[in-house]
Design a protein around this ligand. Structure first.
Ligand code: ZN
Length: 191
């Protein structure tokens, strides 16, 4: 089973070119729409198995992902590890564990994302897990576009695809300077 490449993502129609506002607020000329790649269950399952294999030694007892982006890949990692899967979601802007999900104190938790850009939302999930008594033992994502090998060091972190795509602050974005309208990926205009 080979690692996912940018060509694989492009072949799946998951690589968008344009002028995008990322959830981090940064702008970029490219966007990976992981949901499109994961739309094929066999691809999602294979991606989950690869991430799980890399972090099996952390002996996670639970996988937690942020909704919506992390849900499909997180569930597939949990399936591969044969452990339960919970998701966090925003309530009044703050990341929270709802739905009656309960983490037993000391549970070893793997946090799984689709894309890590700044790592901000991942850290919010890690904080939620810790507040509920869980112990984060590792982080995984389909895509790492943070520009760092491991933004969560000293915790182990792995990604199937590392992307060196430049991200721009809006005030120094060359596409903004050229007057090209920025779109939010996933919106009708980006699709
Ligand atoms: Zn821009």
């Amino acid at each position: 089973m080979h690692a996912i490449t940018l060509d694989d993502m492009a072949a799946a129609g998951a690589l968008l070119e344009g002028h995008f506002r990322l959830s981090s607020g940064l702008h970029s000329t490219r966007y990976l729409q992981c949901a499109v790649y994961l739309a094929e269950p066999a691809r999602a399952e294979a991606a989950g198995r690869q991430l799980a294999a890399r972090l099996r030694n952390e002996a996670a007892q639970l996988v937690v992902s942020p909704a919506l982006g992390g849900v499909i890949i997180g569930h597939e990692v949990a399936r591969a590890l044969d452990v339960p899967f919970f998701f966090t979601e925003r309530a009044d802007g703050a990341m929270a564990l709802r739905r009656g999900f309960h983490i037993e104190a000391g549970t070893r938790v793997l946090v799984v994302e689709d894309v890590v850009t700044t790592g901000g939302s991942t850290r919010e999930v890690m904080d939620v897990v810790t507040r509920h008594g869980g112990v984060v033992v590792g982080v995984a994502s389909m895509v790492n576009r943070s520009g760092e090998e491991n933004p969560f060091s000293p915790l182990p972190y792995t990604a199937l695809l590392t992307l060196e795509i430049p991200n721009h602050a809006p005030e120094s974005c060359p596409l903004c300077a050229s007057g090209i309208p920025v779109v939010k990926p996933g919106s009708r205009t980006a699709a």
